[in-house]
Design a protein around this ligand. Structure first.
Ligand code: SF4
Ligand code: SF4
Length: 173
């Protein structure tokens, strides 16, 4: 071993001291994610507050990780949660299983299910990583009313789903 060999070994370390630091200072400094990042899911609402989910279970069938549980229920005129016949009575996503692939949101026929950019989903408690419908429902925005309530934007479900593009304006996605 030559006399300068130990010094050569430290050369790499020394050179790195002058390079730009790539370390993220998370969680003190939070990086903004891409707009289409696949984060926490959201169950969206119509502009009057009724839920877009019709409890069809297509999202659950599309999920390769078996992370979604849906149980549909029947709307009645006295107790209505969505414009159609059925609504999502129970809805759960297990984030211990979810791989963020987005196949569920592609499968959803009503655009009820979308994904937000919220990514801070880690927890040391397995139970709280099973999100319930209450955890996933979009907040009530101005002009929205907490269901159950009658259809405010038309007499038929088609007024919501067929004429949806106009109604969908202003809905958080
Ligand atoms: S993002 Fe993928 S893994 Fe997660 S719930 Fe949806 S389909 Fe399942
Ligand atoms: S989120 Fe969409 S696909 Fe899933 S049950 Fe509701 S309407 Fe059907």
């Amino acid at each position: 071993m030559g006399l300068l060999d130990p010094v050569k070994g430290f050369g790499v370390t020394f050179a790195m001291m002058f390079k730009k630091v790539a370390t993220e200072k998370y969680p003190e400094v939070k990086k903004v994610t891409a707009a289409r990042y696949h984060g926490k899911h959201q169950l969206n609402r119509h502009p009057d507050g009724l839920e877009k989910c019709v409890g069809c279970e297509l999202c659950a069938w599309a999920c390769p990780a078996d992370a979604i549980f849906v149980e549909g229920g029947d709307n009645t005129e006295e107790e209505r949660y969505s414009p159609g016949e059925r609504y999502g009575k129970d809805y759960q996503i297990n984030y211990l299983r979810c791989i963020g692939c987005g196949l569920c949101i592609e499968a959803c026929p009503t655009r009820s299910l979308t994904m937000t950019t919220e990514h801070e989903l880690a927890n040391d408690n397995r139970q709280v990583l099973i999100f319930t419908k209450e955890d996933l429902l979009a907040p009530l925005l101005a002009g929205m009313e907490q269901p159950p309530h009658p259809m405010r934007l038309g007499e038929h479900e088609q007024d919501y789903y067929v004429n949806g593009p106009e109604l969908a304006k202003g809905v958080q996605q």
